[in-house]
Design a protein around this ligand. Structure first.
Ligand SMILES: Cc1ncc(COP(=O)(O)O)c(C=O)c1O
Length: 474
């Protein structure tokens, strides 16, 4: 009998597929330092027999963990932990006593950004902090603090600062094709909070939500923690495809401007089909526009929210990519009848967002600095995207960019069998790669990586592509 069984002993019932439960349990144990580097895992046949699951379930889970860089597998020798964790997580799920069933499920679902941290990395999908106008931001902060310091020290409106709501609303109407007024904007700390709030307020435990397959793990985590049955709906070359045999949803999560992670923009006909489908089912749509401002090759389509005549779409926007992640400012654009309930919930959960930062962000937008920063950063990311494609074409002809017209990262396909093999070699050599299989709930249909480029300077892009090219020859 395998010694790993204690890891599975306290598992709570969940709607996740069995292989996904296995992946999560083993991944948490590795990240928590319970399975140290080089430890040998039981053979898939043994673990399958001990857990009374099929061997292919264990094979699928081991394959995923290998692709993510947590395991290496050698034919005839076995499966071994490939990740050395230097600072074990202080809060491994198995050791938390006293949590409720919901608490245990949340703790086991992992964070949105559980990726191995290695030396030189393509893994980040972050903006470049060096491009941000720090001193200007500092001046605006000082000015606000001097002029209205006492106001910013008091508690504020749970819906958000009126000045910021007005600035966001006019930006969204002019630049993103959203149809709204300031009263429909609810300021939050993050898109993640928006997704969580929408899920908690719009669905009951046991309701079905559709997510994109592959899709954003942060959304899945939020929905699972609200007790949703998360149903993956495939993405094709027009975006999420709602047609097919799917259980009736209460909520549909989608990234139409720039699908995460594959990068396709949802076509107009698909947007219309999706709105129609939502109407048929009486479902809400959660439109996550996390980096739609960064479009390089074509004019972006207006937001799905702008096409919605039924009041079914909730638009989620964030400043994490266009300004900086630690600002912790994001927003929902809500159909008017939902606003009162969402504001009450926001007040109950955590009050409101930081007043001073809201005021500074409003000034930054209203005085035109936001438009300038967007224009300048878009130009630079565009040139980095071009450089990445040129260097990949030169050094890594085996890789095929999937959709590269937008965003801070680009998904590339690798030849069959290559993702698992090269990810673990790359991790071993200190090159961080984020495998596409990580974004699937079921078996992956694309092999490849999500390559972040926006925060890398030209020299680093060249160096990484060169090293990746050498590695692909092994
Ligand atoms: C699809 C998607 N939505 C939302 C976010 C994060 O936004 P926030 O920092 O506002 O939670 C990310 C971050 O990478 C993302 O990839």
């Amino acid at each position: 009998m395998s010694t790993l069984l204690t890891l599975f002993a306290n598992q709570q019932p969940t709607s996740l597929p069995l292989h996904e439960q296995l992946v999560r349990t083993l991944r948490s144990a590795i990240l928590a330092g319970h399975l140290p580097m080089h430890s040998r895992l039981p053979a898939s046949r043994t673990l399958a027999a001990d857990l009374a699951v099929s061997r292919s379930t264990v094979e699928l889970a081991y394959g995923r963990l290998e692709a993510e860089g947590y395991l290496t597998r050698k034919a005839g020798a076995g499966s071994f932990v490939a990740l050395a964790v230097t600072t074990p997580s202080p809060r491994p799920a198995q050791s938390i006593a006293g949590l409720s069933r919901r608490g245990l499920a949340v703790a086991a679902s992992g964070a949105c950004h559980d990726i191995p941290q290695v030396g030189l990395s393509f893994a980040s999908s972050q903006p470049d902090p060096r491009l941000f106008p720090h001193s200007l931001w500092g001046r605006l902060m000082q000015q606000q603090w001097r002029q209205q310091g006492e106001r910013w020290m008091n508690y504020g409106d749970p819906q958000g600062l009126p000045e910021l709501r007005a600035a966001i609303s006019s930006y969204l109407v002019q630049s993103r094709g959203v149809v709204c007024d300031p009263d429909q904007i609810l300021i939050l700390t993050s898109s993640q909070q928006g997704i969580l709030l929408a899920t908690q307020l719009l669905i009951d435990a046991g309701d079905t939500v559709w997510v994109e397959e592959p899709g954003y793990p942060g959304a899945r985590t939020a929905m699972e923690s609200a007790g949703a049955i998360v149903h993956p709906v495939p993405v094709d070359d027009q975006g999420l495809n709602p047609l097919g045999n799917h259980p009736r949803p209460r909520l549909i999560y989608t990234t139409p401007a720039h699908q995460y992670p594959l990068g396709v923009a949802m076509s107009l006909s698909r947007r219309i089909a999706l709105l129609h489908e939502a109407q048929q089912h009486g479902a809400w749509i959660l439109e996550d526009d996390y980096d739609g401002e960064y479009q390089y090759d074509a004019r972006p389509l207006p937001a799905l929210q702008g096409l919605d005549s039924q009041g079914r779409v909730i638009y989620v926007g964030t400043f994490s990519k266009v300004l900086f992640g630690s600002l912790r400012l994001a927003y929902l654009v809500l159909p008017t009848p939902l606003m009162a309930g969402f504001c009450r919930a926001r007040a109950a959960f955590d009050g409101h967002s930081n007043q001073l930062q809201q005021a500074v962000t409003a000034d930054f937008i209203r005085s035109g600095h936001f438009a300038t920063h967007l224009r300048q950063s878009r130009q630079i990311y565009h040139s980095r995207r071009d450089l990445l494609l040129t260097e990949l074409g030169h050094h890594c002809p085996q890789l095929t960019p999937i959709h590269s017209g937008a965003g801070l990262q680009c998904a590339v396909g690798v030849p069959t069998g290559g993702e698992v093999r090269w990810t673990s070699i790359a991790n071993g050599q200190g090159i961080g790669l984020r495998p596409l299989s990580q974004f699937y709930l079921g078996p992956a249909t694309h092999e490849g990586w999500l390559l972040g480029f926006a925060s890398l300077d030209n020299q680093t892009v060249r160096q990484l592509c060169h090293r990746l090219g050498s590695l692909l020859k092994t």
